[in-house]
Design a protein around this ligand. Structure first.
Ligand code: AHM
Ligand code: MG
Length: 356
């Protein structure tokens, strides 16, 4: 008989990788796992909202229906609150950091950054969505943690993961010692280890990008897209284009099959669309741990200076050699654009001179 290892068992086993661990991170990961099961249940009945009442209306039990992304945000925050290991949550759904007040939580060591429901425009059409999370150790040791504790570079992440609510539901995470994937077995309500030590192929044949924005892309990206479309037997080109529009689902597929996901700067979004703290950094950590590469076209995502909670970044992420290829095109055909937000902040802090 095959022995099933649950997420809970795996987390406890792995705690031994960290000799002085007291179990706080393990409990934090467990809390996130529990909240994601609750969110999964709601995502799975999303289509029923039209029958039972639309968002903002009162349902049959007299409860107010909530939009799923708001619901997901509340579930994760409340799980982290009752767990007591996290002092601050930074979420895509909240303009400011959320303090987890309470006698235990205020001294907690960890900070969680989260996109509770990524790709939420796909919910209405029954297409996979996801949750992305990132865990940091707070920098300050005394008193109430502040925004400064949250604004840490991606290299400082202690753990990161995502949940994909797809044809099956999976939780994939890393604590910096490889990447492991767990599939939810609905019959027992447990995430079970199904994808141990995930590795992304160094080369792939899938490119994922919203090609509708082609005219607005930097020249280097346009050149790379054309490269993907040219016939060449040796490199298996033309490549396949696949774009779900849920970053988690697109990247998850590419980890398994090999490929690249690109969300570049565009003329309309000069700093990119996706968010550094709770979208790009956690996915970059996971991809690097799986043997892949993640950059903004010029610099490693994890090294990028984090100056604000909802900062945006371009992202080129996936199979190592595919990402290197697009970086070559970027350095040849596109000048690095100014990241005005970052530069303005650094200038204010006196770290650099004025923007030219
Ligand atoms: P969201 O956090 O508002 O859901 O937006 C993020 C999503 C990503 O999952 C996805 O890759 C991207 O937005 C799709 O954007 P676009 O519709 O511009 O292609
Ligand atoms: Mg998002």
């Amino acid at each position: 008989m095959q022995v099933v290892k649950t997420l809970g068992q795996f987390i406890i086993e792995k705690q031994n990788d960290f000799p002085y661990a007291k179990g706080e991170l393990s409990r934090l990961l467990r809390d996130i796992g529990i909240a994601s099961k609750i969110v999964n249940r709601e995502v799975n009945k999303a289509g029923l909202i039209d029958i039972l009442g639309d968002a903002g209306t009162i349902n049959i039990q007299g409860e107010c229906q909530k939009k799923l992304d708001v619901y997901a945000n509340e579930q994760f925050i409340s799980a982290l609150k009752s767990g007591g290991e996290c002092c601050i949550v930074a979420s895509e759904e909240n303009d400011d950091i959320v303090y987890i007040d309470g006698e235990v939580s205020k001294n907690a060591k960890y900070i969680v950054a989260i996109d509770p429901l990524d790709g939420s425009s796909n919910i209405d059409v029954n297409v996979a969505v996801g949750t992305i999370f990132s865990i940091y150790r707070r920098k300050s040791t005394l008193g109430k943690a502040t925004l400064t504790d949250v604004l840490q570079n991606g290299t400082q992440q202690v753990a990161a993961g995502y949940v994909i609510y797809g044809s099956s539901t999976m939780l994939v995470y890393t604590t910096g010692k490889g990447v492991n994937g767990f599939t939810l077995d609905p019959s027992i309500g447990e995430f079970c280890l199904s994808h141990p030590e995930m590795k992304i192929p160094e080369n792939g044949t899938i490119y994922s990008i919203n090609e509708g924005n082609y005219v607005h892309f930097p020249e280097g990206v346009k050149k790379y897209i054309k490269y993907c479309q040219v016939e060449d037997a040796e490199t298996n080109r033309p490549y396949t284009s696949r774009y779900i529009g849920s970053m988690v689902a697109d990247i998850h597929r590419n980890i398994i099959k090999g490929g690249i996901f690109l969300y570049p700067t565009t003329s309309a979004a000069p700093n990119g669309k996706l968010r550094l703290v709770y979208e790009c950094n956690p996915m970059a950590f996971i991809i690097e741990q799986a043997g892949g590469r993640a950059t903004d076209g010029f610099a490693r995502i994890l090294d990028k200076e984090v100056v604000s909670l909802h900062q945006r970044s371009a992202v080129f992420i996936g199979s190592k050699n595919m990402v290197k290829k697009v970086e070559n095109y970027m350095s040849e055909y596109s000048a690095k654009t100014h990241d005005n937000e970052v530069e303005a902040k650094l200038e204010k802090l006196g770290v650099i001179g004025g923007i030219d």
